[in-house]
Ligand binder design. Structure first.
Ligand SMILES: Nc1ncnc2c1ncn2[C@@H]1O[C@H](COP(=O)(O)OP(=O)(O)O)[C@@H](O)[C@H]1O
Ligand SMILES: [Mg+2]
Length: 266
């Protein structure tokens, strides 16, 4: 069974400083990418900075228009849906960002930020139900329910990422694109957030596209791994296979760059 199928996706940007006498240049940020994600699966996406990971994630959640290719979610080609149908599908497709601070409104309480997601999709029909759901979501991500009245600046990076996850979770998604969700956090906090994402996956049957430049983190969380290099997927497979027997030279270099990698750790 397939939850998401990406077919031959291409996304380009105009080059910032066109060389060659101003001839029109394009950066192929995502260059003919195809893959699938099953319900409840974590697919890891790894590659160095600038290889196109964020652009791919943004295209999947419809924040970035692709040049060509198809994104089929729940069996529906997202490019062919009416606005109302797209909205309904888009709800089940959420994104968690590296820097939750930039995606949270500094003048809005945490409760209101989460409530906004509920309101947007008409998910609660009374203020009591809304309050109850916000409390439930804060508990689910390991925050005190009293924090609903606090503002983003009152929290640590790890707590803010929990708020970002609560907001994504609010609309009961089936797939969350996690774009470097722990890359800005201290190592000890990284583990807590990774564990939270794994617990939530178990409880809600969530699928993740887990994006990171760090193959050690990706290895830890992913059922399968996809390696991206200059906009292209150069390797894809079961996590243990990719880590223990990488086929592509680029994957081998990523693995070699990790100091003292312990293959027995899990
Ligand atoms: N909005 C944009 N306008 C122009 N170029 C962009 C834009 N977003 C990304 N790029 C370029 O696309 C390429 C891939 O970027 P990105 O998807 O952010 O990579 P990653 O997330 O792997 O670091 C880079 O060359 C980047 O400079
Ligand atoms: Mg990125």
């Amino acid at each position: 069974m397939t939850l998401l199928e990406v077919q031959h996706l291409k996304v380009s940007f105009p080059a910032r400083s066109p060389a060659w006498g101003g001839a029109r240049q394009l950066i192929m940020a995502v260059d003919d990418v195809s893959f699938t994600i099953a319900p409840g699966e974590t697919l890891g996406l790894v590659g160095e900075s600038g290889c196109g990971k964020t652009t791919l994630g943004r295209a999947i959640v419809q924040l970035q228009r692709p040049d060509s290719g198809n994104i089929i979610f729940n069996g529906k080609d997202l490019a062919r849906l009416s606005r109302a149908e797209l909205r309904a599908q888009r709800r089940q497709l959420q994104m968690v960002f590296q820097d939750p601070y930039s995606s949270l409104n500094p003048r809005r309480t945490v409760g209101d930020s989460i409530g906004e997601a509920l309101d947007l999709h008409g998910l609660t029909d009374s203020s009591t139900a809304r309050r109850h759901r916000i409390t439930e979501l804060l508990k689910a991500v390991g925050l005190e329910t009293g924090v609903a009245q606090s503002y983003p600046h009152e929290f640590s990076g790890g707590q803010r990422q929990r708020i970002g996850i609560a907001r994504a979770l609010a609309v009961a998604p089936k797939l969350i694109v996690c774009d470097e969700p722990v890359s800005a956090l201290d190592v000890s906090v990284q583990a807590q957030i990774v564990n939270l994402l794994q617990d939530l996956q178990q409880q809600h049957g969530l699928a993740y596209l887990f994006i990171s430049h760090d193959i050690a983190v990706v290895q830890h969380v992913s059922h399968r791994i996809m390696v991206m290099h200059r906009g292209r997927i150069v390797e894809m497979g079961e996590t243990t296979t990719v880590i223990q027997a990488p086929q592509h030279a680029y994957t081998q270099s990523l693995i070699a760059a990790i100091p003292q990698m312990d293959f027995t750790a899990q």
